[in-house]
Design a binder for this molecule. Sequence first.
Ligand SMILES: *Cc1c(COP(=O)(O)O)cnc(C)c1O
Length: 399
Amino acid sequence: MSLPEVFRGSFTQQEPIPDDAIEAAVAVMRHGRLHRYNTLGDEISEAALLEQEFAALVGAKYCLAVASGGYAMATALRAVGVKPGDRVLSNAFTLAPVPGAIAAVGAQPVFVESTNGLVIDLEDLKGKLDQAKVLLLSHMRGHICDMDALMALCDAAGVTVIEDCAHTMGAAWNGVPSGRHGAIGCYSCQTYKHVNSGEGGLLVTDNAEIAARSIMLSGSYMLYGKHLAGPPPEAFDQIKYETPNISGRMDNLRAALLRPQLRNLDAQVARWNERYFAVETGLRNTPGLSVIERAAGESIVGSSIQFLLQGWAPDKVRDVLDRCSARGVELKWFGAEEPLGFTSRYDSWRYAASAPLPKSDAVLAGLIDMRVPLTFSIEDCTLIARIIREEVSAVFQQM
Ligand SMILES: *Cc1c(COP(=O)(O)O)cnc(C)c1O
């Protein structure tokens, strides 16, 4: 009998920073003007250029570069007027920085159920729209709900939508870039997202007042005139006196790293999707395993993949994870008793008490998640899928 195949790659290793981005960053270090408002004469800072370029990329009027995706979301909540004690709707299935951003402004999340397709449950949302004025919608793991239906519901109820696009930079719904349906789109430039400056975030909006508030909040002192993707000076007339400085600017070094990466985003998205669909094809029709079917309206960025072991007993899921791990395939499980790594759940966030969400509980109990870094080759992806398929089948046969 031949030995079982083993995968030897790393699930957390991203690609190196491209050479043109390294050169741009070195140039910033050589001149030393890392602070975004530290410019000479009519020099335009890397941060201001990044904002202008990202606004153009997604077709937004205004863009602000900040310190993290989490900071972008908290700023967005403040900019639309969320106050301590307010309630904010959000997805039950998301990552800890999302309820964290709500907690950062002293507000309380009201969690909405997730479907088997890993998107917000519009029926449950409909029943909860009277509980809050704002929805912080997370496109968790890149799954985008029917945005036309969601916006119709929220518009009718007067609920402002802020989009968490940490996993959907480069994605779209019916041709509209993710982050451009709601009042504000928030993105992350953290190492594990779609562009990598270590840490970083971007916020986009078409609303001049929201943009002016966000710029003031981020710590622009009275230097907002240096923003290329900011609203006209009149927009700041009152706002500059009313808005506290909660510093969270992006610096020129990170912006320099990001600009060349943004120019290459489309090509990277194509490479992610080749890998995603190689894994998906390899997993399809495995008995006991359901792949997540993607909606026709979704243009995805397959930087991670999820599948369901629906109705499986926890010890059987654990068995699959252990067997895959022994063959080098690192899977994450959102159904474990205790949160591990990034797999915390709404019931792990005890600062934000929630009513039970049985539908989400059933989904999360069988939800397996895997990163798909671009350092994987297509052959790596087909090997990984083969390993998962063999181990899921082996455990399923004994059930
Ligand atoms: C990473 C992430 C964020 C926040 O990004 P940071 O830049 O790490 O603060 C927000 N939402 C989701 C779903 C994420 O995965």
